[in-house]
Design a protein around this ligand. Structure first.
Ligand SMILES: Cc1cc2nc3c(=O)[nH]c(=O)nc-3n(C[C@H](O)[C@H](O)[C@H](O)COP(=O)(O)O)c2cc1C
Length: 321
């Protein structure tokens, strides 16, 4: 610390996210940070705003056959197939170590029926060490011909209502971008009782190999993530923030502090970093430090003066042409 600085000068990166208070707005996204241990040497969990674990289902799942990951221009497509240890093994073997860390732990859940989501929420209710549940609704509803829960406001709302009735934990509902009007989905899940909304999950995509004349993923299609989706994610956060009054968490292609700040400006109160952890396992710390440097540079003592501050009144000449 320089001679002209006192601890009182330090900007406050803390954010209030509905019922959750985070030390900073930088979380790690589900499925990209394992259960925390894998990254302990690079990005100590204690520095993060919060940690979201890999999606958990009632039963263990082995996921899809390989190949399950493919790199694309400015991103990657994954079709992991939601491989996970199942809720009982998660509680018994993964959660105790996570709960010992000084970081809010968010448990991401998914199911194939509304009852499965409710059963997971009920099982996690009251288990020590869980700060919140994040509901992944980008999953096929087996009782509705495989239509994704997240693609229909009524189905998405039914899941949230069932989870709300089953747990006292704060609920984050994670929206899919693979819809026409994401704001309608956001409004429906808020009405159904979610405490927060996070967006976006991956964008449905595929990659092909002309030599083998085959898809590059065994599952044929997968989810695109990384810098390629950031502009889509920003647009989604912009629409969602206008549609709800609950806090919004921005996700999608965040690689740097400036990327994260863009989401905050558009109206997110926190962000999740996903794919960037694969290319730089210390990226979250760099983003946190970068946000702090930006706040000093801008003379911001708190992020409250920045969040949602996007000025959309200024239009470029010839914008309509
Ligand atoms: C390998 C991989 C696994 C993922 N697993 C999950 C998951 O289990 N549950 C979930 O809600 N999202 C999952 N996601 C989506 C991410 O949490 C995130 O929403 C998405 O990747 C966009 O953010 P990014 O561009 O920063 O990666 C996964 C993403 C990747 C790349």
């Amino acid at each position: 610390m320089g001679p002209d600085r006192t601890p009182a000068d330090a900007p406050d990166l803390g954010v209030q996210l509905g019922p959750l208070k985070l030390r900073n707005p930088v979380m790690v996204a589900s499925g990209t940070f394992g259960y925390g241990q894998e990254y302990a040497d690079f990005a100590p969990a204690e520095r993060l705003g919060a940690l979201v674990v890999k999606g958990i289902s009632l039963q263990p799942r082995t996921g899809n056959p390989p190949p399950r990951l493919v790199e694309t221009a400015a991103g990657m497509i994954n079709a992991i197939g939601l491989e996970n240890v199942g809720v009982e093994a998660f509680i018994a073997t993964k959660l105790p170590r996570l709960a010992a860390l000084e970081v809010p732990v968010v448990v991401n859940i998914f199911g194939h029926t509304t009852d499965e989501y409710a059963a997971l929420a009920a099982r996690l209710d009251g288990v020590p060490g869980i700060a919140a549940i994040e509901i992944n609704i980008s999953c096929p509803n087996v009782k509705q011909g495989g239509l994704q829960f997240g693609s229909d406001p009524a189905m998405a709302a039914a899941v949230v209502r069932a989870v709300r009735a089953a747990t006292r934990l704060p609920i984050i509902t994670k929206l899919t971008p693979n819809v026409t009007r994401i704001g309608d989905l956001a409004a429906a899940v808020e009405q159904a009782g979610t405490d927060l909304v996070s967006c976006i999950n991956t964008v449905t995509a595929m990659a092909v190999d002309v030599f083998s004349r085959r898809p590059k993923l065994a599952n044929v299609v997968g989810g695109l993530s990384g810098p390629a989706i950031k502009p889509i994610a920003l647009r989604c956060v912009h629409e969602v923030a206008a549609a709800v009054s609950c806090p919004v968490i921005g996700i999608g292609g965040i690689m740097s502090a400036v990327d994260a700040l863009e989401f905050l400006l558009v109206g997110a109160r926190a962000v999740q970093v996903g794919t960037a952890n694969f290319t730089n396992p210390a990226v979250t710390l760099e983003i946190i430090d970068g946000i702090e440097r930006f706040m000093r540079h801008q003379g911001l003592t708190t992020l409250e003066d920045f969040i949602g501050g996007l000025d959309t009144s200024c239009r470029f000449p010839f914008a309509d042409q």
